[in-house]
Design a protein around this ligand. Structure first.
Ligand code: IVH
Length: 679
C-alpha cells in the first residue's frame, strides 16, 4: 500500500477538525459558522482524500455520519428504518453518471433497447427533516433525524404545526405509518420572525432553515407554536398496510389523501434529460417561490426498483440531489461608505470583495443603519456571510468571528455629513440618522432633483443621474426650480453633452411643465409621500393651495393618511425654502389642471383597491395604473381580502392564485379594456 505523505495526513486532520466544528455549529447549535457552499467544498476535499487514500478513512470522519448528535434534554428516539441522507450531484455530468449507475445495477444497459428510468422530481426544501409516526391513523410520535439512527423526541412540538395531521383522514389508513418530510419556514414567516426578533433586541436568524431547526428544538412547545412552520411530506419509513402503492408518486398521492401537505411542484418524468429540463424550469421559478429550496431531488419512481437498488452507507442508490447555486457565500467587508439620501438619511453601505451568490455578483450591500451595524457586530476587514434569496437585495446575514483579522477596524458612524459636513442627527425613537443640512447639502439636492426628474414624477427624459450630479457639482443648479432656467448653450459645454442632446434636454424640461397635481405632489419628494399618497392628496384636496393650507387635523381626515405622513406634509409646506421653490416652479410655468371637487363624486372606483398582475399586451401597466387612479381607485401591489378587483395578464402567478383563493374577482386585459370603455 502506498505510503501516505505527511502533508496529506496534516491536511486530512485539519479538514476533519474543521468539518466537525462546522457540523457542531450547524447541527447542534443551529448557528452555522460557514455557508453551505464552503462546507460542501471542504467535504468534497475530504472525500477526495479518502477516495485517493482509502486507508485514511476513520469512523470519526465527518464523511461517515449523517448529522449531529441528539441533545440530551429531549428523549432519544431510535429510528427503526434509518433516516438517510442524499448524495449530491454538482453538475449535469454527475447526474448522467447517476442515471448510468442506476441502469447498470438494474441490468438495463445490457438490454438492446435500454428503457429510460422514470424519475420523480421534487424541490429540495431547505428546512429540517422530521419523522412522524402514526399508529392506526393517530400521531404518536414526532422525531428529529439526529444522526440518522437516533434522533430527539419532539412530539409536543410537531403537534403545534398546523400542516401536520394529528389524525389521518381518508380510506385504507395503514396500521403503521412513519412519514418523513421537511419542516420549514416560508420566507414571509422568516422575515416576520426576524423583524420581531430585531425589534425585541434579539439576534436575527441567519436563514429560514436555521430558524426552522431552532424552532423545532424548543423545550417549550409554546415557542414552537408561535413560529409559522410548515411541513411537507416526501417519503415513508415504516409502513404496514393492506394496500401498498407501487410508485413514489402514488405514495405521495396517498399521503396527500391522508392529510399531508405534498409539494405542488412534484413531477414524474422519463429519462435523465427530462430531469435536467425540470431543473432548469425550477431554477427559473426559484426566486418566486414562497419558501427556500436549495436544489432538486430525483427519485426512481418505481418502488420495486428502489428496493432492488438499495442503499450504500448513508444514502439510497435510487435518489440524488442536484444543488442550485448557493444562496449564501462568504466574502470580505472591504470598507463601509456612508451615503446621503434625498431626505438626508445617512445609510452605511458595505463595500464587499465581489462574490457570486444567488445567481448574481454582489459587491455592495446596505447595512441600513447604526443599529444594524451593532446588531451584526461587524468590523471592516471581517469575513461575512452574504445571503441573497428570493428577494433581490443581498443581505449581510452574519459575521464569521473566527476569521476576524488582527487589524479589523471598528465602523464609526460619522457625526458630520460626509457631503456637506452639517451635523448628523438621530431623532428620538428613529433608527435612521439624518444630515441636518437640508437643501444646503449637495447630496440631498442631487437626490431631490433626481427624484423630481424621474419617470413617475415629472418624467424629464434625458436628465440622467450622472448629469444631475454634474450640474450640481458645477453649481449650474441649486434646486429643482433652477432646471427651468437651463439654456442649451450652458449645457453644451458640459462633458459628453452634444448640441443635439442639450437641445433635446431643454425641450424635455420644457415639456415636463405640463403635469398632473398628483405627480407634482409626488415630485416634491415629501417624506413618506409616494405615488399613491400623491394621488390621494390630489383626489381629496383638488389643488396645491388646499394642501398647503391644510393642518394635520384636516389631513388626518383623509383615509390612508396617518399621523406620521400628515406631520411630514405639514412640515414640508411650513418650510419657507420649500415654498419659495414651489413659487419659482409656478412662475417658470409648471402647471396642472386642478381637480373639480364636485366631479369627485363621479369617480366610480373611489374607495376601491385594484391589483394589476402578469403581463399586459395592449396597454402598458403604467397606463392602466393611471387610468385606474383617475377613476379614483387605489392600485396596490398585493392581494388581500379587501382587494376589489384583480386584472391578471399572461404569466400571472402567486397574486392570481391568492385572488382565486380569496374569491376576489379577476378579469383579463381584454375585459379590463372593455370595462374602461364603459365607465
Ligand atoms: S428524500 C432517503 N426528498 O434533504 C431519502 N429529502 O440530504 C431521504 N430534503 O435530510 C430524503 N427535500 O431533509 C428528500 N423532497 C425531498 C427533500 C429532502 C429536502 C432534505 C431532507 C434530507 C436532506 C438530504
Amino acid at each position: 500500500m502506498a505510503k501516505i505523505p505527511e502533508h496529506v495526513l496534516v491536511d486530512y486532520e485539519r479538514l476533519k477538525d474543521e468539518l466537525n466544528q462546522h457540523n457542531h455549529s450547524y447541527y447542534v447549535l443551529d448557528d452555522p459558522s460557514v455557508p453551505d457552499s464552503e462546507y460542501d467544498r471542504q467535504m468534497r476535499l475530504l472525500q477526495d482524500l479518502e477516495a485517493q487514500y482509502p486507508s485514511l478513512t476513520t469512523a470519526d470522519s465527518p464523511s461517515q455520519r449523517v448529522g449531529g448528535e441528539a441533545l440530551s434534554s429531549f428523549d432519544q428516539v431510535r429510528h427503526d428504518v434509518p433516516m438517510l441522507s442524499l448524495d449530491n450531484a454538482f453538475s449535469d455530468e454527475e447526474l448522467v453518471d447517476f442515471d448510468r449507475k442506476v441502469k447498470d445495477r438494474l441490468n438495463y444497459s445490457a438490454q438492446k433497447e435500454s428503457p429510460e428510468i422514470e424519475f420523480a422530481c421534487e424541490p429540495k426544501l431547505d428546512g429540517a427533516a422530521v419523522s412522524l409516526l402514526y399508529r392506526d391513523g393517530l400521531l404518536v410520535r414526532g422525531a428529529t433525524r439526529g444522526d440518522g439512527t437516533v434522533g430527539e423526541d419532539i412530539t409536543a412540538n410537531v403537534r403545534t404545526i398546523n400542516s401536520i395531521p394529528i389524525k389521518l383522514v381518508g380510506d385504507n389508513i395503514p396500521s403503521l405509518l412513519e412519514v418523513r418530510g421537511e419542516i420549514y419556514l416560508p420566507r414571509a414567516g422568516f422575515d416576520a420572525l426576524n423583524t420581531k426578533a430585531i425589534a425585541a433586541g434579539e439576534k436575527a436568524f441567519v436563514n429560514p432553515r436555521n430558524a426552522a431547526a431552532g424552532s423545532l428544538r424548543q423545550l417549550d412547545s409554546k415557542i414552537t407554536a408561535s413560529r409559522p412552520l410548515e411541513m411537507c411530506a416526501y417519503s415513508v419509513g415504516q409502513f404496514e398496510a393492506d394496500i401498498t402503492p407501487d410508485t413514489h408518486l402514488n405514495m405521495l398521492v396517498a399521503l396527500g389523501r391522508w392529510g399531508f401537505k405534498i409539494n405542488e411542484h412534484v413531477e414524474v418524468v422519463s429519462g435523465i434529460a427530462a430531469c435536467e429540463d425540470y431543473y432548469q424550469r425550477m431554477a427559473e421559478r426559484r426566486d418566486n417561490l414562497a419558501y427556500d429550496i436549495d436544489g432538486i431531488v430525483y427519485k426512481v419512481n418505481d418502488l420495486k426498483l428502489q428496493e432492488r437498488l438499495g442503499f450504500v452507507a448513508k444514502a439510497p442508490r435510487w435518489a440524488i440531489a442536484r444543488k442550485f447555486p448557493a444562496q449564501e457565500e462568504m466574502t470580505k467587508l472591504l470598507d463601509v461608505e456612508f451615503q446621503v439620501g434625498r431626505t438626508g438619511a445617512v445609510t452605511p453601505v458595505a463595500r464587499l470583495e465581489p462574490v457570486f451568490v444567488g445567481g448574481v455578483t454582489v459587491s455592495n450591500a446596505t447595512l441600513h443603519n447604526g443599529d444594524e451595524i451593532k446588531r451584526l457586530g461587524i468590523c471592516i476587514g471581517d469575513t461575512v456571510i452574504i445571503r441573497r434569496a428570493g428577494d433581490v437585495i443581498p443581505k449581510i446575514a452574519k459575521v464569521v468571528l473566527e476569521k476576524r483579522p488582527a487589524d479589523a477596524r471598528e465602523i464609526v458612524f460619522p457625526d458630520r455629513c460626509p457631503v456637506c459636513e452639517s451635523s448628523v442627527k438621530r431623532a428620538e425613537g428613529e433608527a435612521v440618522a439624518r444630515c441636518s443640512g437640508g437643501l444646503f447639502c449637495g447630496a440631498q439636492i442631487k437626490q431631490a432633483i433626481k427624484h423630481f426628474a424621474s419617470r413617475k414624477a415629472m418624467d424629464i427624459d434625458g436628465l440622467g443621474d450622472k448629469l444631475v450630479d454634474l450640474l450640481v457639482d458645477k453649481n449650474a443648479i441649486f434646486s429643482v426650480a433652477d432646471l427651468y432656467d437651463l439654456k442649451a448653450e450652458q449645457l453644451i459645454g458640459l462633458e459628453r453633452l452634444a448640441e443635439k442632446s442639450a437641445t433635446n434636454l431643454v425641450a424635455a424640461i420644457d415639456a415636463s411643465k405640463k403635469t398632473t397635481l398628483a405627480k407634482f405632489f409626488f415630485s416634491l419628494g415629501i417624506r413618506e409621500v409616494g405615488e399613491t399618497t400623491g394621488q390621494t392628496l390630489a383626489n381629496n384636496f383638488g389643488s396645491l393651495d388646499a394642501v398647503i393650507e391644510a393642518d394635520a387635523e384636516t389631513l388626518l381626515e383623509v383615509d390612508d393618511i396617518g399621523p406620521i405622513v400628515a406631520r411630514h406634509i405639514v412640515n414640508f409646506f411650513r418650510n419657507p425654502d420649500n415654498l419659495s421653490i414651489i413659487q419659482a416652479l409656478r412662475e417658470a410655468g409648471v402647471q396642472w389642471p386642478d381637480i373639480d371637487q364636485n366631479a369627485q363624486a363621479s369617480q366610480p372606483l373611489k374607495g376601491q383597491t385594484w391589483v394589476l398582475t402578469g403581463g399586459m399586451e395592449v396597454m402598458s401597466r403604467a397606463e392602466a395604473k393611471d387610468r385606474l387612479q383617475d377613476l379614483g381607485a387605489k392600485v396596490a401591489g398585493s392581494v388581500s381580502a379587501k382587494t376589489a378587483q384583480v386584472v391578471a395578464g399572461p404569466g400571472a402567478g402567486s397574486k392570481l392564485s391568492k385572488a382565486q383563493k380569496l374569491e376576489v374577482p379577476v378579469m383579463d386585459e381584454a375585459e379590463f379594456i372593455e370595462f374602461l370603455s364603459r365607465v
